[in-house]
Design a protein around this ligand. Structure first.
Ligand code: BES
Ligand code: ZN
Ligand code: ZN
Length: 505
């Protein structure tokens, strides 16, 4: 999809003019209005008066003129009830409507998509990003219909003369973030049979091939020589060999401690010998969503040339039941030296991530953070609109910043506790740590987080359980399947990194 700018004076040739309107927006007082052809002005004013413009309402005025074929009003309801979270849906709604009407190109005046006092470039960024997210569909495995896929080819943002450069800057940033998020969605949507750990490593290499990112992939022999017994334990039941994927982007000051991002890369989670019931296995090819987010988050950071040092670590394995599977009761020797008592083979994410976190400590991180579809419990706790964020008990500043990063990026996060009280519940009987809570199943998301924290040493640490946001939900104007959660968060986190580094934690 191409997103361009055009001047108001070209409005008479806009083709399809899309206008988001509050119940109270006086269209005739908007800057763009005076540029409309006179006939369109009168018709639009009459039409706008007739429309209720309620939230979610769409009304189409067909003009059948040469220059403007249609004007579409997208109702936003009362201005007082509007907020930033609803605002990101505007672009997606427009694209969804256009797809349904086979409209390939439309124009929007920038002032109408500006939220409160946001800058023009931020306005354009949010619009471009969300238009691109709205235009995505996972079609790789389908035959193309004769008329082609219903997708929008171009959007023109109408601006006043002299403001183009600022808007173009925002478009570029939004486009990169939107594109990488869509790439992440495609990767996570790819069925487990076509996305094994080895193939995930190849996909990682391809994703950053033209970028200033160094890739290193450990095979099972290298992992064994290092002592990554936790990853190897999870991988034992599968014929697919595990991989440990490392991405290094070093574009910050030499002495800046890196942002280390770990992402769960379970390419299919059957549960292992503690096999999942069939309706829970469905969609478990997306259990590498955290890994996919780290790959495309780093790719986005590199494309944007952000000035920081960032490392991506993705432990990739398939969790299968077989004669060679790890068993409940197994005691795995992790890279950290701690032993893990496997009480449930389905709690495999924390097991393989433990080695990634330990490995991450070698980089002396300024912040060590992981993204993982870790627990159904996080989903139960928060519903489907936000991921769970965990920071150490006394690191309130980091928690606040991460919530802010979530709001700013659109990948919303909400805190759950990491209190030491929960640690006693994951102490092992025969090993150092048990991979599930020993008392009952309550607080499962916290047990997962508390387990991971034990492998973060003295590093500043956060864990994001993205299970609640693994797939898109109805009402967010996105195609079914993986949501690409994490990519937008990682970019925003990278932008805030120097601020995070200056907290005295
Ligand atoms: N990958 C799952 C968690 C998950 C479930 C992610 C649904 C996305 C959607 C994870 O490996 C898992 O199976 N967790 C168990 C943990 C339990 C055994 C303590 C769970 O959540 O039930
Ligand atoms: Zn599992
Ligand atoms: Zn899993």
């Amino acid at each position: 999809m191409n997103i361009n700018t055009a001047y108001y004076k070209s409005i008479a040739k806009a083709g399809n003019l899309f206008l988001p309107v509050f119940t109270s927006t006086p269209l005739e007082k908007e800057d763009f209005f005076s540029y409309l052809p006179d006939t369109a002005k009168d018709t639009l004013v009459r039409f706008a008066k007739e429309c209720k413009r309620g939230e979610g309402e769409v009304k189409t005025l067909r003009l059948f003129e040469d220059g403007i074929k249609s004007i579409v009003l997208f109702g936003m309801g009362a201005k007082e009830k509007w907020n930033a979270r609803k605002h990101v849906f505007i672009a997606r709604r427009m694209v969804q409507y256009a797809k349904g009407e086979s409209i390939k190109e439309f124009s929007v005046p920038i002032p109408l998509i500006r939220f409160e006092k946001k800058s023009l470039s931020e306005t354009a960024k949010v619009f471009a990003e969300n238009a691109i997210l709205g235009n995505f569909a996972f079609t790789k495995y389908k035959e193309m219909p004769k008329e082609g896929w219903p997708e929008v080819h171009a959007v023109n943002l109408l601006v006043e003369g002299g403001k183009t450069a600022e808007v173009l800057l925002g478009i570029r940033e939004g486009a990169i973030i939107g594109e990488e998020t869509n790439e992440c969605r495609a990767l996570a949507n790819t069925p487990g049979g076509d996305m094994t750990p080895v193939l995930l490593a190849e996909a990682a290499r391809r994703s950053v091939a033209k970028l200033d990112v160094r890739v290193n992939v450990f095979d099972e022999k290298k992992m064994a020589s290092l002592g990554m017994g936790a990853i190897l334990g999870v991988a034992k039941g599968s014929v697919e060999k595990p991989r440990f994927i490392i991405l290094e982007y070093l574009n910050g000051p030499k002495n800046q401690k890196p942002l280390v991002l770990a992402g769960k890369g379970v390419t299919f989670d059957t549960g292992g010998l503690n096999l999942k019931p069939s309706n829970y296995i469905y969609e478990m090819h997306m259990d590498m969503s955290g890994g996919a987010a780290v790959i495309h988050g780093i790719a986005a950071i590199a494309r944007l040339k952000l000035p920081l040092n960032a490392i991506g670590l993705i432990p990739a394995a398939e969790n299968m039941p077989s004669g060679s599977s790890y068993h409940p009761g197994d005691l795995l020797k992790s890279l950290s030296g701690k032993t893990i008592e496997v009480l449930d083979t389905d709690a495999e994410g924390r097991v393989l991530l433990s080695d990634a976190l330990t490995y991450g400590l070698r980089y002396k991180p300024g912040l060590l953070i992981d993204f993982a579809t870790l627990t159904g419990a996080a989903h139960v706790a928060l519903g489907s609109h936000m991921s769970a964020v965990f920071t150490r008990e006394h690191d309130q500043k980091l928690q606040d910043t991460l919530i802010e990063v979530g709001l700013q990026s659109g990948d919303y996060v909400w805190p759950l506790p990491l209190w030491d009280e929960y640690l006693t519940e994951i102490k092992g009987t025969f090993g150092d740590l048990a991979n599930v809570g020993s008392r009952d199943r309550y607080g499962g998301a916290i047990h997962g987080a508390k387990f991971l924290e034990q492998f973060a040493g003295d590093a500043r640490f956060a864990h994001i359980d993205i299970a609640p946001r693994m797939t898109t939900i109805e009402g967010e104007y996105l195609a079914k399947g993986a949501s690409g959660v994490g990519v937008r968060f990682i970019v925003e986190l990278a932008k805030s990194y120097s601020r995070i580094m200056s907290h005295e934690s």
